[in-house]
Design a protein around this ligand. Structure first.
Ligand SMILES: [Zn+2]
Length: 274
């Protein structure tokens, strides 16, 4: 059973050879890379919204080096310790990765469980790369603020360093479904920020208080994890290019950086839909 819905009429769409179709006759072609574009023209503010090709390529090269894999390990261990996914159930779990980018986390996480994964991002470049690398799972170009996903259909929402709309997350999750939200915290990338800003302002999120105010969620676990990397020139260039800091730099100044120690600091919040 598909969890993907038609962005026009909201009925479930199912794949038929090269097209997804809804009962009303709206059709969405599967691209040659294997993804579907469900972003309606009125849902985008510019022609190609989201991360551009340079940012996507930089992220792909950087993540492939495994620099963020300690985060994957942490998520896997937390979900298994809390017993939030079960093996050997009669039905498959559905995972939705909101803001999946290149699909690095989508394809790497939870492969020991029986799980059907859908990655969604507003960046066509990101979704295209994700679907080229991963033929097992489904990738969709779509808006996090108007998810083309059925109500009460998802067991696990993953949302890593990307915007999400709490009302939409709540709508698509099943009761008792799990929402994993990961945000930069504290001194994340302080050393990079110090190269372009006079004063570093530590990352501080209000998401937990927003969740507490929202009667639809319960925070099960919240942990801060970090690491320190010493990076050489190519990795520094890729790390800067994959973040908004890129726009603050002159290209020549990035090229001059030979080595840099960088602090990584994330908050991993595990939330249950009530
Ligand atoms: Zn339709």
């Amino acid at each position: 059973m598909s969890i993907i819905i038609c962005p026009n009429c909201k009925s479930v769409i199912t794949p038929e050879e090269k097209t997804y179709r809804c009962p009303e006759g709206h059709a969405f072609d599967i691209s040659k890379d294997g993804y579907i574009n469900l972003l309606l023209p009125n849902q985008k503010k510019k022609l190609n919204p989201g991360d551009n090709k340079a940012m996507i390529n930089a992220r792909d090269l950087f993540l492939q080096k495994g620099h963020y894999d300690f985060l994957l390990d942490h998520i896997d261990l937390t979900i298994s310790t809390l017993g939030l996914l079960k093996s050997n159930t009669s039905k498959s779990h559905h995972l939705l990765d909101i803001g999946c980018g290149t699909g690095y986390y989508t394809r790497r996480l939870f492969n020991k469980y029986d799980i059907i994964k859908t990655g969604l991002d507003i960046s066509k470049e990101g979704v295209s790369k994700a679907s080229k690398k991963d033929k097992k799972n489904t990738y969709v170009v779509g808006s996090a603020f108007n998810l083309p996903i059925a109500d009460n259909s998802v067991d696990l929402v993953l949302n890593i360093f990307a915007p999400a709309d709490l009302t939409e997350v709540n709508r698509v999750l099943k009761t008792d479904g799990v929402f994993i939200k990961i945000i930069p915290e504290g001194n994340h990338m302080e050393e990079v920020a110090n190269l372009v800003y006079d004063t570093f302002i530590p990352h501080k999120s209000t998401i937990e208080s927003e969740l507490e105010k929202d009667n639809g969620f319960e925070v099960l676990d919240s942990q801060q994890i970090g690491n320190s990397l010493t990076l050489a020139s190519t990795d520094i260039q890729n790390l800067i290019t994959m973040t908004p800091y890129f726009y603050k730099f002159n290209k020549e100044d990035i090229d001059k950086l030979q080595t840099l120690s960088v602090s990584l600091s994330f908050k991993v919040i595990i939330i249950r839909k009530l």
